[in-house]
Design a protein around this ligand. Structure first.
Ligand SMILES: Cc1cc2nc3c(=O)[nH]c(=O)nc-3n(C[C@H](O)[C@H](O)[C@H](O)COP(=O)(O)OP(=O)(O)OC[C@H]3O[C@@H](n4cnc5c(N)ncnc54)[C@H](O)[C@@H]3O)c2cc1C
Length: 429
C-alpha cells in the first residue's frame, strides 16, 4: 500500500527501525565531535582565560561599592527588591572607618540635618526587624559634658538641644565628680548630662546587615578593589582587574574613596575631605567602675573619653585632612594626647595598650550625600557620612532604597522636613 508521499506503509516499521539506528550512529558521532571540540578548543581557552578578565554575564540590579556600614546597610535594604552585589576592596568588611569608630549613638550630634537623621534611625536600633540580630544593638551609656573654669557658657549650646524625648540636664559639679572619679575638681566648673547617649554594637550591626543582605539573595565579594567603571548600553561595567561585573545601577558607598570612585565613573566631584581622628586605649584608674561610667566630653577641646571593654578609650577629637588611605596614628598626636590626659584628668598613663586612627569624610556642609549623580546615569552616591555614619545608617539606607526604587523619600523623612535636595549631589556643585 502506498501513501500520498509514495512510501509503502507496510515497509514503515522496517524504515523507522533503520532510521533510529542511523540517528543513534549520527548522535554518537556528534558526541565524539563535541568531545573533540571541547578538548581541542576549550583547553587552550581555559589557559588563556587565566590571563584575561572574566566578564560575569549576570546583570545585577545594584552593585554596591564598599562593605562599610553605608554599603552593608544599603545592600540589606536594596536586596529586598533587587539583585545586589557588594564589592569590597579589603579582605574584611568594615576594615576602614566602620571598624574604627567610637561606636556611640548620640542623637544630638552633628548638623541639624544629621541630628534629624539620627532620630529617624533610633527606632531601627531599638526594634530591628525580626531575626535581624540576636543581641540588642544599643546599650545604655549616657554622656557627661564638662567645662573648665571660664568656659561654662560653652555648655549652653549643648543644653539648648534638650527635648522632652531626649533630655539634657544640668548636674551639680560634685555629683559629676562622684560619677566620674578621674575628673580633676580644679578643671571641672560646670557639668551637664545626656541620658539618651548609648553604645552601638557596631560589629553586630555590620554583620547583621551583611547576613540579612545575603539572606535576601545578595552576593558579597571581598579582596576586590574596583579599578574601572564604564557605562554602555544602559549597563555599568564594574571592573576589579580580574573580573568585570555588570549592573543597571551602581551605589557609591566607598567611604573616604567616594570621590575617587566618582572620578572613575566620570561622575560629579563632591569635594569630599577625609579627616583623620586618633584614639588610644589606656587602663582605667583602679577606683573606676568602667561599666557604670558615662562617655565624658570636654567642652574646652573636642576630646572625649569613653569606657571600652574594661579600659578607657580617649580621643582628642582631631580632624586632620588626610588623603584616603589605611590611616595610622601620628606619633606626635599620640604624645600630645597622652600629655593632655595627664594634664586634664586624674588618669595615670602607664602605657597605651592600643592606638589607632580612622577617617571621617565630610563634604562642605557636613551633611551626608545621598542620591543620583546629575552627570552620569544610574550612579547613586551614598557618602559623606562624617562622624555619624553608624548612627545614621538605618535611616539613610531606607531612604537610599526608596530613591533607587523610584519612590519618594520615606514618610518619616518628609515629616521631619528632609527633602531629597537636602541630601542630593546638586547642592554641592
Ligand atoms: C575615630 C572615629 C570615631 C567615630 N565615632 C563614631 C560614632 O561614635 N558614631 C558614629 O555613628 N560614627 C562614628 N564615626 C564615623 C563612622 O565610623 C563613619 O561615618 C562610617 O563608618 C562610614 O562608613 P562608610 O561605609 O561610609 O565608610 P567605610 O567604613 O570606610 O567603608 C567604605 C568601604 O569602601 C571600600 N572601598 C573603597 N574604595 C574601594 C574600591 N575601589 N573598590 C572596592 N571597595 C572600596 C573600603 O575598603 C571600605 O571598606 C567615627 C569615625 C572615626 C574614625
Amino acid at each position: 500500500m502506498a501513501c500520498s508521499l509514495g512510501i509503502d506503509i507496510s515497509s514503515l516499521p522496517q524504515m523507522l527501525s533503520e532510521l533510529s539506528h542511523k540517528t543513534f550512529i549520527v548522535s554518537m558521532h556528534l558526541i565524539k565531535l563535541a568531545k573533540y571540540f571541547n578538548y581541542a578548543y576549550r583547553q587552550p581557552m581555559r589557559s588563556s582565560m587565566r590571563s584575561c578578565r572574566k566578564v560575569h554575564f549576570v546583570i545585577y540590579d545594584f552593585i554596591v561599592i564598599g562593605a562599610g556600614m553605608a554599603g552593608a546597610s544599603a545592600a540589606f535594604e536594596l536586596a529586598e527588591d533587587g539583585k545586589v552585589l557588594v564589592i569590597e576592596a579589603e579582605s574584611q568588611p568594615g576594615y576602614h572607618s566602620t571598624g574604627r569608630s567610637a561606636a556611640l549613638f548620640t542623637r544630638n550630634y552633628g548638623t541639624e540635618l544629621v541630628r534629624n537623621i539620627n532620630a529617624l534611625s533610633e527606632p531601627f536600633f531599638r526594634t530591628p526587624p525580626e531575626s535581624f540580630t540576636d543581641c540588642p544593638l544599643l546599650s545604655p551609656r549616657g554622656a557627661l559634658t564638662i567645662s573648665a573654669p571660664g568656659e561654662e557658657a560653652k555648655l549652653d549650646a549643648v543644653l539648648s538641644l534638650s527635648t522632652i524625648q531626649n533630655p539634657i540636664i544640668e548636674m551639680a559639679v560634685e555629683d559629676a565628680i562622684a560619677m566620674v572619679s578621674f575628673l580633676r575638681p580644679d578643671r571641672t566648673s560646670r557639668a551637664i548630662y545626656e541620658v539618651g547617649v548609648t553604645d552601638i554594637q557596631v560589629a553586630s550591626l555590620l554583620q547583621s546587615y551583611l547576613k540579612g543582605a545575603k539572606n535576601r539573595g545578595a552576593n558579597i565579594i571581598t579582596n576586590a578593589p574596583i579599578i574601572a567603571l564604564s557605562h554602555t548600553n544602559r549597563v555599568w561595567n564594574v571592573s576589579t582587574g580580574k573580573n568585570t561585573y555588570q549592573a543597571k545601577t551602581v551605589i557609591n558607598a566607598a567611604g573616604a574613596w567616594a570621590d575617587e570612585i566618582g572620578a572613575l565613573a566620570g561622575a560629579s566631584h563632591i569635594g569630599l575631605v577625609a579627616k583623620r581622628r586618633t584614639a588610644i586605649i589606656v587602663d582605667a584608674p583602679l577606683d573606676c567602675d568602667t561599666d557604670k561610667l558615662p562617655c565624658v566630653d570636654f567642652a574646652n577641646s573636642e576630646a572625649y573619653i569613653k569606657p571600652e571593654a574594661g579600659k578607657l578609650m580617649v580621643s582628642p577629637g582631631d580632624a586632620t585632612p588626610t588623603p584616603p588611605q589605611d590611616v595610622q596614628p601620628d606619633e606626635m598626636d599620640l604624645a600630645v594626647l597622652a600629655d593632655w590626659v595627664e594634664r586634664e584628668t586624674l588618669i595615670p598613663i602607664r602605657r597605651i595598650s592600643h592606638s589607632w586612627a580612622g577617617l571621617r569624610s565630610f563634604v562642605a556642609d557636613e551633611n551626608p550625600v545621598m542620591g543620583y549623580d546629575p552627570i552620569v546615569p544610574n550612579f547613586v552616591w551614598h557618602a559623606g557620612q562624617g562622624g555619624f555614619g553608624i548612627m545614621m545608617a538605618p535611616a539613610l539606607a531606607r531612604a537610599l532604597a526608596a530613591i533607587c526604587l523610584g519612590h519618594q523619600l520615606p514618610a518619616d523623612f518628609t515629616a521631619s522636613g528632609i527633602s531629597a535636595t537636602d541630601l542630593g549631589v546638586s547642592r554641592l556643585l
